[in-house]
Ligand binder design. Structure first.
Ligand code: SAM
Length: 383
């Protein structure tokens, strides 16, 4: 059995652990920022192909205790790099650390690259070239206080790059974060889903892919294809099976709107690129003016962040109005609001039934849950 580590946005570790367990992973163990698990090569391919929440799947190829830079070099030097990938592949090394006493991670990056190249020179008489922009092979080193773990990245491009996004829009969410939020919200078809501030449509595309049982990685390439142990037949069989099970696009109970017509055009382009134009209903609308598309369902939204000067005050004025709109017109719905602006909780004037800390990169965010029950949220007149 091989050991793997799948990384994910912080806050989604348990959701990822459930996904991996469902794929047949063993010894599934969530830690900060990812999930360790065991399995064979086929499971590694399946995790890359099927996980909606993972950012990368790393394959553990070495592990050692260390005290100095030399120890890390020596541990890297004895690993069988020339058997793991071809000398003609380009290479990049990434180092991350928690509580490591070593002074310079840049220096460790260099030394691990040197160690791998020395191993190639000794075994093959030549060394691989470095390419930091788009390498064929990525080596990841993870340092704790006294342990160094070496991984080969089996994903290549991060897994949130599904291949469907053609336009960005206004601060789009990463696809795996959006999918994780949908899972935290417990959404599944046929419950209506509505994003009233849909921007480029990340929630909408991810939800539609879930409803159609479309594997998120069915139309992209992966790092494992560049490794010496690549089993092309196994991979093709897995991918073809996933492609075959995908349901044909049809009208889904998934709705999006945005107050900007231009932005809605971007969502339309993204949906078309994902092959699901027509499956999702889009409408230009200001959330403060219009009504939701069904009597009940799950609303999920990601209000604008304050980026420009003056935005902060504008947002502070927007939140109470958003709260009022939800109170007045969304009885029967459960709303999930994802934001980095922690003032929202106070200013929206609704009582959250759940607050989940999540990270968008390094940015601390919250997912607030509001159960909008008919009647109970109305203000009393005091008579
Ligand atoms: C942060 S973006 C959403 C990004 C989206 N989740 C994505 O992944 O592409 C916020 C969106 O809210 C929209 N918006 C702002 N105020 C709105 C309002 N009052 N009604 C509807 N949409 C609004 C903006 O046009 C923008 O597209």
């Amino acid at each position: 059995m091989e050991q793997f580590f799948a990384t994910c946005p912080r806050g989604l570790e348990r959701v990822l652990a459930d996904e991996l367990a469902a794929l047949g992973a063993r010894d599934v163990s969530p830690v900060d920022g990812g999930v360790a698990f065991g399995g064979d090569l086929t499971l590694c391919y399946a995790a890359n192909l099927e996980s909606r929440v993972a950012s990368r799947v790393l394959w553990q190829v070495g592990h050692a205790r260390y005290r100095s830079e030399h120890d890390v070099f020596d541990a890297a030097r004895v690993l069988p790099w020339p058997r793991l990938f071809d000398v003609r592949r380009t290479l990049r090394v990434n180092v991350s650390a928690i509580k490591s006493p070593l002074k310079s991670l840049d220096f460790i990056t260099l030394r691990v690259k040197d160690a791998a190249c020395d191993a190639f020179r000794a075994a093959r008489g030549a060394r691989p070239d470095v390419n930091t922009e788009s390498p064929d092979v990525r080596i990841h080193v993870f340092l704790t206080r006294d342990q160094a773990t070496f991984y080969l990245d089996t994903s290549g491009d991060p897994l949130f790059k599904r291949g469907w996004r053609i336009t960005g829009g206004d601060a789009p969410l990463r696809e795996n974060l959006a999918a994780g939020i949908l899972k935290l919200a417990g959404w599944s078809a046929p419950t209506p889903l509505y994003d009233p501030m849909c921007g480029g449509g990340t929630f909408l595309v991810e939800a539609a892919m879930m409803a159609l049982d479309a594997a998120p990685g069915a139309n992209r390439s992966f790092g494992f294809e560049k490794l010496e142990n690549f089993e092309e037949k196994t991979w093709r069989a897995l991918r073809d099976k996933a492609r075959a099970r995908r349901k044909p696009a049809h009208a889904l109970p998934i709705h999006g709107s945005d107050k900007s017509g231009t932005v809605l055009g971007l969502a339309r382009d993204n949906l078309a690129a994902a092959g699901i134009a027509g499956a999702v209903q889009l409408k230009q609308m200001d959330i403060l003016d219009g009504a939701p598309p069904a009597a009940a369902g799950i609303a999920v939204m990601n209000p604008p962040y304050g980026e420009r000067l003056g935005d902060d005050a504008e947002l502070a004025a927007f939140y109470p109005k958003l709260g009022d709109a939800l109170k007045q017109r969304y009885a029967g719905w459960t709303a999930y609001i994802f934001t980095a602006d922690l003032r929202l909780a106070k200013l929206i004037g609704l009582k959250a039934s759940k607050r989940t800390p999540l990270y968008n990169g390094a940015l601390e965010c919250r997912l607030f849950e509001y159960k909008l029950i008919a009647g109970s949220m109305r203000r009393t007149t005091g008579i």
